[in-house]
Design a binder for this molecule. Structure first.
Ligand code: AMP
Ligand code: GLY
Length: 417
């Protein structure tokens, strides 16, 4: 099977790494990719937001499947353009991707499907904003309606900050605050059959102890030893299947990866957000535990034959990933700094720990930072404590001037609290 993966982050590196280990994959291409993906896939230049260009590249490469990683191309209709060219694509249509592209649309689908989520108002004018903030009280949750790379959400006890963020957006969703731990649960779907993956937890804030600004995600782990045994089944029945059924009923079936961001509140599971693609960095730990070859299940989702696919097989091992971010991320990250120590990790920590690249590029013989999140250091172990130790041992070998990472990824879960 010949595959083309679209994207350039650590999520796409994790996807490419798993696909490169699948014996069914005879050729692996990625566009635009990064310096790490270049080790497992052939890189091509493409404007990932240009559906015609992506479809033309897939045709030229004679690809059997195109996997679209990030949300922006999906919301721009890139998966549709690939399918229009007669090539199977893993990823939802432009219309179905609105589940991520518009928070107001997602709220409306959830209401129609009876999916539990925070109560909310969609606001446009300052008066509507004030009314909604007043109705819910502090802490305030204010979300830009459109795509904002994980940074459009402000959760604050400060009314003025909440108001300022709301008034800086064209349209906002203001909603009730959800207490309780967060869980990311992904499902692969062909628009009808829904296959859940293993749950993971992401660390969204920049600093230890969940302090600092929201980021795209600073680390993740799986499994979740503290979660109820029936969590996946409950989310399947109350969230994932009803949402997929509702979108099919509307004539805009969702195929690809449905990401449910959940809060486990004192009153039960609630959806915080949907995404229309694999999460980053959760994918790094979920795929580290998946034993079933990846290409077949992605192709089955793209071709509408998931019901015939054998059950997924999972490793009992735990996995932890720690993101190394560049100086000043998430504000205005500095790029172009050389990264050292990658060979040492490959020589001393593989295969139980390895480095997935996010914002990196090759500069002569050197690999340099090229984005905010630079590397996603991933490790497995018989339990979370062992996986953590291995991940942080590998992190300590990496040298990137001015970089920062969290030191508490999976710490509480590993300690059993
Ligand atoms: P989102 O982009 O919707 O996932 O929001 C980013 C982060 O903001 C989430 O991971 C949560 O940590 C936080 N957040 C979003 N919505 C809520 C809410 N209703 N209550 C509490 N925290 C929230
Ligand atoms: N880890 C959060 C996201 O992928 O949106």
């Amino acid at each position: 099977m010949k595959l083309l993966v679209i994207g350039s982050g650590a999520r796409e590196h994790a996807l490419c790494r798993s696909l490169s280990l699948d014996p069914a994959v005879t050729a692996l291409h990625c566009a635009p990719g990064n310096a790490g993906i270049a080790d497992v896939a052939e890189l091509h230049q493409v404007d990932a937001l240009d559906g015609k260009a992506v479809a033309a590249l897939a045709t030229e490469l004679d690809a059997d499947l195109v996997v679209v990683g990030p949300e922006a191309p999906l919301v721009a209709g890139v998966a549709d353009a690939v399918r229009d060219a007669g090539i199977p694509a893993f990823g939802p249509s432009k219309e179905a991707a609105q589940l991520e592209g518009s928070k107001a649309f997602a709220k409306e689908v959830m209401a129609a499907a009876g999916v539990p989520t925070a109560r909310s108002y969609v606001c446009v004018t300052p008066d509507e904003v004030d009314e909604a903030l007043d109705a819910f009280g502090a802490p305030y949750v204010v979300k830009d309606d459109g795509l904002a790379a994980g940074k459009g959400v402000v959760v604050t006890g400060d009314l003025e900050k909440a108001r300022a963020h709301a008034n800086a957006c064209d349209r906002v969703v203001i909603e009730e605050f959800l207490d309780g731990p967060e869980v990311s649960l992904f499902a692969i779907t062909d628009g009808e059959t829904v296959v859940p993956l293993q749950p993971a937890q992401d660390f969204k804030r920049a600093l230890d102890g969940d302090e600092g600004p929201n980021t795209g995600g600073m680390g993740a782990y799986s499994p979740l030893p503290w979660a109820e045994a029936d969590l996946v089944e409950e989310v399947m029945n109350t969230v994932l299947q009803p949402t997929v059924d509702e979108l099919r009923r509307r004539g805009t079936p969702f195929s690809g990866l449905l990401y449910a961001g959940l809060a486990i509140t004192s009153r039960g599971v609630r959806v915080i957000e949907f995404n229309a693609r694999f999460g980053d960095p959760e994918t790094q730990v979920v795929l580290a535990r998946l034993k079933t070859p990846l290409a077949g299940v992605l192709l089955a989702a793209a071709q509408g034959t998931l019901a015939d696919h054998p059950d997924l097989r999972w490793s009992d091992d735990a996995a932890v990933t720690v993101v190394i971010a560049s100086h000043n991320y998430p504000a205005t990250p500095r790029t172009g700094d050389p990264i050292e120590g990658l060979d040492e990790v490959a020589a001393q920590d593989a295969p139980s720990a390895y480095v997935l690249h996010a914002g990196t590029r090759r500069d002569g013989d050197a690999i340099v930072s090229a984005g905010g999140r630079v590397l996603s250091v991933t490790a497995s172990g018989t339990d979370l404590a062992r996986a953590r130790e291995r991940a942080y041992a590998a992190v300590d070998r990496i040298r990137l001037d001015g970089s920062h990472h969290r030191t508490d990824i999976a710490a509480k879960a590993a300690a059993g609290s």
